[in-house]
Design a protein around this ligand. Structure first.
Ligand code: MG
Ligand code: ZN
Length: 450
């Protein structure tokens, strides 16, 4: 543990007084106050674990809570001692606000501290210039780094950490149409897949194998697949739960667990115009191969590998863990798919919190990149769009409405602020109402990145 500076301690003490007031009522107040006291101590984090629920606004959290643990229950992500809210808007090329962000601009916000245009990956809004990311800075400062997702590893959220691209669609060497300046032929860094492995991130776990099977078109790896490029760069490549768990520290690990997005855990009927018959979700998916690792198991392995690498190092690791398909199932108005992914994400939150319980010099932050569609409405409501009635685990009916777009079209992100919750060194920085870009500063200061 590092000793906090005098001024930091004074700040922490003042904050503690405020925190103690806010947590003084309700069940578990003593526990929470104790956790809060710990949370405001310590100025430097050895490790950061950042968990992003894509599209996980308050309504998505509440829906998963109501269904799985009941209205009066609490998810793991509800148990952080310190909670705030942050604003998520993107900007237009001229810097004026674009009130609804996508994951690319939102991710650029938390990963670089700079707001950008929708679709852009860690580059500026008008001038399209690369901006350093928290992962790049962590690498420069001697931290091990990792990124774990249920999306393609080249999807926007993981992309913002280890690549810079004019457009989020430039995922593999064959996908570069919207990024002419980023191609290797034009002197750029190449596709998101190529950049992710050339960054030598220590742990990359997710889907998107099809992007990595594309052939590099120019430069030193021309003619090789990106997976072969990764092997040349020293990566071990793993493809399922067993090979992931067998990976040994000492070399970086690229885990590609699906051709596209990792298949979701739960299935059910999608919301429909006029609603659905009351349904129970199916807590399995026949389309999910049995060797597919869970997000929690991927997170556990990532932490083991990163910790092993840093065993004798002064600094620890930076790890991002994304529950990506909360967003994707929300777009599809599929409540069971969405709840199952939120529950799977919540189990990864538990992995992070269990690690931090033994390593209190770990800053754990759970947040979202933007809000989304699903809203819990009264049973007697008759929404004009898509809706579904669910029977929760506590045996009650719940109606969920998806109406941010015309039925048949992809449901949309929303411009709402979202929850940010944390524990560990500098966790108090999430209190109040902050902006998505402030998270970058919190992470940078917690790890003392220069
Ligand atoms: Mg995402
Ligand atoms: Zn989305």
């Amino acid at each position: 543990m590092h000793r906090p500076s005098r001024s930091r301690l004074a700040t922490a003490t003042a904050l503690l007084a405020a925190v103690a007031v806010t947590v003084s009522a309700g069940a578990g107040a003593t526990d929470t106050a104790h956790q809060a006291r710990n949370a405001v101590q310590g100025g430097k984090a050895r490790n950061v674990i950042l968990l992003i629920g894509d599209g996980m606004g308050d309504s998505e959290i509440t829906l998963a809570r109501d269904y799985t643990v009941g209205a009066g229950g609490r998810l793991n992500m509800d148990r952080f001692p310190l909670t705030g809210a942050y604003t998520t808007y993107a900007v237009h090329a001229d810097g004026t606000p674009d009130y609804v962000t996508d994951s690319a601009a939102g991710g650029t916000g938390w990963a670089t501290g700079v707001k950008t245009v929708n679709g852009r990956i860690s580059k500026t809004p008008g001038t399209d210039k690369a901006v350093p990311t928290v992962l790049e800075l962590a690498q420069k400062n001697g931290y091990a780094t990792g990124s774990v997702t249920t999306a393609e590893l080249t999807d926007a959220t993981p992309a913002v950490l280890a690549s810079h691209a004019t457009d989020r669609s430039c995922q593999g060497p064959a996908d570069m149409a919207k990024c002419p300046a980023d191609t290797i032929a034009a002197g750029g860094p190449g596709s998101i897949a190529e950049q992710s492995v050339s960054h030598k991130v220590d742990v990359l776990f997710g889907g998107g194998r099809q992007r990595f099977e594309q052939k590099v078109t120019d430069g030193r790896y021309k003619g090789l697949t990106v997976t072969d490029q990764a092997r040349r760069l020293g990566y071990q490549v793993v493809t399922d739960d067993a090979s992931m768990k067998a990976a040994k520290p000492g070399r970086p690990v690229l885990g590609l667990f699906a051709g596209g997005n990792v298949p979701v855990e739960w299935t059910g009927r999608a919301a429909a115009v006029g609603g659905t018959d009351p349904q129970r979700c199916v807590t399995s998916n026949p389309g999910r191969p049995s060797g597919t690792p869970s997000l929690a198991d991927s997170a556990t392995k990532a932490i083991q590998l990163l910790e092993a690498k840093q065993k004798h190092a002064r600094n620890g690791f930076f790890l991002q863990i994304e529950g990506a398909s909360i967003d994707k199932q929300d777009h599809s108005a599929d409540p069971c798919g969405q709840i199952g992914e939120t529950a799977a994400f919540d189990r990864a939150v538990k992995v992070a919190r269990d690690y931090a319980a033994k390593h209190p010099d770990t800053l754990v932050v759970t947040t979202a990149d933007h809000g989304h569609t699903s809203q819990i409405v009264p049973l007697e409501a008759t929404p004009p769009g898509l809706s579904s009635t669910l029977v929760t685990d506590e045996g009650r009916r719940l109606k969920v409405n998806y109406s941010t777009n015309t039925p048949g079209r992809s449901q949309e992100h929303t411009g709402t602020e979202v929850r940010i919750a944390a524990q560990g060194p500098l966790a108090y920085r999430v209190l109040g109402v902050t902006d998505q870009t402030d998270l970058f500063t919190t992470l940078r200061e917690a790890l003392r990145l220069r």
